[in-house]
Design a binder for this molecule. Sequence first.
Ligand code: ASP
Length: 346
Amino acid sequence: MNGKPRALIIYTGGTIGMVKDSFTGSLMPVNFERLIANVPEIAKLDIELDIHTFEPTIDSSNVSPEHWIRLVEVIESNYDRYDGFVILHGSDTMAYSASAISFMVENLSKPIIFTGSQLPIGVLRTDARENFITALEIAVTKEFGRPKVSEVCIYFEYHLLKGNRTTKFSSSHFNAFTSANYPFLAEAGVQIQFNDPMLRIYNGKPTRFYKKLDSNIAILKVFPGMSQAYVKTILGISGLRAVVLETFGSGNAPTDDWFIHEIQTAINAGIIVLNVTQCLSGTVMQGKYKTSTQLGNIGVLSGEDITTEAAVTKLMFLLGNSDDAQLIKEQLAKPLREEFTLNNWE
Ligand code: ASP
């Protein structure tokens, strides 16, 4: 590639490109031309930009595995033509989408940056302009002739975060995302300061794109007072292949016989159960407390410090690409895209 750096903007929707419907007062997505007209500064960037717009653009609460497959198709068919990709996406499910894409693209050699905003781009106090412009700058940043970033990230409110480590934690602050178990990858101040030791280094292997996902999974969130019927109903979903068990603290759950029995029955029936903490930060440590020892003993797998978003999409990815339960379990026990920290607390 010669000349100006090139970036492909993939516009999927989200608040960034929404306007208020004068009739209902609700925010609705608009087309890219209207969106970009609000950021004339973009023309000053020395970047050759192309746009791919999803039809229709969506509020990200409507995102589905089909959208993720479409995203991967667009990235794959344009991969060699661009230095980097910026995906404009609603913030509500951005962490799910960034996690999903991180699994669906293996040996990534360039940046895929998700961004969006809390206020529409046309609003005076919008956070969209800075998010959009800096995401574009990062998407074409090179060092020694190679992309500085070669991973799926989220850029929001002056921070670049590792996509599959990120969770949306605020619906009202501009600073909407956190990656509590992973340091940020860059901070934008007067300059964009990269956190070099935390950046993934491209391994030189050919990039691979995966387009199969299986969503026969469920999230079982434990809570004090949950009934056996609740647990049984979720674990009894027809076709269910895996469950993200959202537990308390460091992976703890009630020790009632009926609860252990229901989980055990599901595991015996071939359902994979992955233990993920409800806490925003910290890790699962099965066996630290008596309230998690049995889970480990009956074959519940530890998700360590993985986010629910990454656990859900990793399971969809693994189940979509294999029927071999043993292999899937092995893949769950190791980080495939640095999505969790292998801890050796024992
Ligand atoms: N509901 C919006 C969406 O996720 C919120 C946002 O964009 O921040 O599409």
